[in-house]
Every structure is written in structure tokens, then in C-alpha cells.
Design a protein around this ligand. Structure first.
Ligand code: HEC
Ligand code: HEC
Length: 239
């Protein structure tokens, strides 16, 4: 999606939430200069496009079948609830996460995770692009909501947020069906509820803080455990 569209999405979310929310102002601020920069540097934008086109899914598959298969499965539909499904995920999002997991020169990673740090550290930028393209091209398996009692609460939060509490609708950034919106907003549909719940709690505790402009931290901060569980269960059944 273009930056302009990303900005429009944010504006839409901002409208749903009311204009006083701190995150929307921050997010809009962080998007605007980038949009300007893109206009000013068409050559750079072209180079980035060519880069994506060069992704080699066969090379990606070779890495996946040797290393990642143990936890994420050969087609990215991991059976274990602690390991996220990667099939059908937005490739730029996968690439960003792998970059964020890889510890920098100071030994710190933007997304701290002891398991993924080691695997990301072995990957070059090309490797990351190739595995991302491979996983993105796989067909995501569907899941199901397990708790009938909370599905209505989960659906309401997902589609409309909670205006009174200032929670933006998840759909405004992640798409009506949870398929994600390229390139910034990840796919959520069909994800293991346990993984989604753990991420929302990590954002809330600010243990995961690699979301640009704090978009997810500010939303999760307003959610109760029950709301997090309800929306996570609902998302598992989205398709
Ligand atoms: C030993 C198990 C294990 C292996 C092997 C493994 N992963 Fe992971 N991966 C995980 C776990 C667990 C998480 C969730 C981390 C968290 O809770 O934040 C994860 C998260 C990820 C994410 C973030 C997904 C998201 O939705 O944000 C990506 C991308 C990823 N792994 C890619 C890979 C790739 C590529 C490989 C192979 C080079 C790989 N993983 C190998 C266990 C593993
Ligand atoms: C303003 C836009 C926006 C809204 C609204 C939003 N999100 Fe997000 N969300 C993001 C962005 C951007 C990321 C990716 C962060 C990163 O780069 O690591 C994300 C990431 C996530 C992740 C991590 C996915 C993964 O695979 O690890 C989950 C889970 C999530 N969002 C759930 C939700 C839920 C549930 C709601 C509604 C209550 C919601 N989001 C509302 C922008 C948004």
C-alpha cells in the first residue's frame, strides 16, 4: 500500500477514536515525513521495488526446510500455538521482524526474543527477503474461535474498537478479514490465539516495542485481559 493510503488508514482509525488520542498524532507525524521523502527520492523507491522483485523463493524454501521447519512447519502453518503461523503473511512484515530479531552491534535487538535472535543472526538481508517471499506465497491454514461466549465481544472490538476507551478498530489497520494491509500491517487471520494473546500482552507490558509510533503499545495498554483473550480467540477464526 502506498504511504498515502497508510496515512488515510490512520486517519480513519483516528476518526473512529477521536482526535485526542496521542498515538494517532504521533503516527501521522511519523508517516508524513516519510511520504515527503518518498516523493523526493523516486530513484530510491524504484530500487526498493526492484529489490522485492529479486526475491528468490527457491532459496527461501531451502533455508526454511533446513532450519525454520522445526518450529514453523515446511509451509509456515506451524502446529504449535506458541510458534506463529507465517504462511500468507505480508512479506515486508516478515522481513522487518527478522531484521528486528537480529541483535545489533550492542547485542540488543529491537524485538527481543531469545529463540528467534539466534536464528535471525544467521540470516543475511538476502536470506531474509527470500524466506519472507517463500512464506508469503504459502496458503495459510484456517483456524476457529473456541469460545462461543466471547466471540461477540471479540468481533465488536475487532470491527469497531471501543470508542469510549479509545481503542481503535483492529480492522482499520489489519483489514476487515484480518488479511493484513501491505506493507506495514501484518496478517492476523487464522493465527493461533495463544500467540496473538501473548503478543498483545507483550505490547501492553512494553516488552515488545518494535511497533512504529507505538501503534500497538497504545492500543494494548487500554485492553483488559478479558478483552485481549476475546479478540485473540475471534481472530483465530477469521478467514
Ligand atoms: C526453535 C523454534 C523456532 C525456529 C527453529 C524458528 N523460529 Fe521463528 N519463531 C519462533 C517463536 C517461538 C516465535 C515467536 C516469538 C515471540 O513470541 O515473540 C517466532 C517468531 C518468528 C517470526 C515473527 C512472526 C510474527 O508474526 O511476528 C518470524 C518472521 C520468524 N519466527 C521466522 C523464522 C524463520 C525465517 C526461521 C528460520 C530461519 C525461524 N523463524 C525459525 C520459534 C522458532
Ligand atoms: C493504527 C493501526 C493499527 C491498529 C488500529 C491495530 N494495529 Fe495491530 N499492528 C499494527 C502494526 C503497524 C503492527 C506491526 C508492528 C511491527 O512492525 O512489529 C501490528 C501488529 C499487531 C500484532 C502482532 C502480529 C504478529 O504476527 O506478531 C497483533 C497481534 C496485533 N497487531 C493485533 C491488533 C489488534 C487485536 C487490534 C485491535 C484491538 C489492532 N492490532 C489494532 C497496527 C495497528
Amino acid at each position: 500500500m502506498t504511504r498515502a493510503l497508510a496515512l488515510a488508514t490512520l486517519m480513519m482509525a483516528a476518526q473512529i477514536m477521536g482526535t485526542h488520542a496521542a498515538w494517532s498524532a504521533d503516527a501521522a507525524k511519523s508517516e508524513a515525513p516519510k511520504a515527503e521523502a518518498d516523493k523526493a527520492a523516486p530513484v530510491k523507491a524504484e530500487a526498493a521495488k526492484a529489490d522485492t522483485a529479486k526475491a528468490d523463493t527457491a532459496k527461501g524454501q531451502a533455508i526454511v526446510s533446513k532450519v525454520c521447519v522445526a518450529c514453523h512447519a515446511a509451509d509456515g502453518n506451524s502446529p504449535a500455538p506458541a510458534n506463529p503461523k507465517l504462511a500468507g503473511q505480508i512479506p515486508e512484515y516478515i522481513q522487518k521482524q527478522l531484521t528486528n530479531f537480529k541483535p545489533g552491534a550492542n547485542g540488543k535487538a529491537e524485538r527481543a526474543n531469545p529463540v528467534m535472535a539466534g536464528f535471525a543472526a544467521t540470516l543475511s538481508t538476502d536470506d531474509m527477503r527470500n524466506v519472507a517471499a517463500y512464506f508469503a506465497a504459502q496458503k495459510p491454514s484456517t483456524g476457529a474461535a473456541k469460545n462461543k461466549d466471547t466471540v461477540v465481544i471479540g468481533q465488536r472490538l475487532y470491527r469497531g474498537g471501543d470508542v469510549a476507551k479509545g481503542i481503535a478498530a483492529c480492522a482499520s489497520c489489519h483489514g476487515a478479514t484480518g488479511a493484513g494491509v501491505p506493507s506495514q500491517y501484518p496478517r492476523l487471520a487464522g493465527q493461533h490465539a495463544e500467540y496473538t494473546e501473548a503478543q498483545l500482552k507483550a505490547f501492553r507490558a512494553k516488552e515488545r516495542n518494535n511497533d512504529s509510533a507505538g501503534m500497538m503499545r497504545s492500543i494494548a495498554a487500554k485492553m483488559t485481559d478479558a478483552e485481549i483473550r476475546a479478540v485473540s480467540d475471534y481472530i483465530a477464526g477469521l478467514r
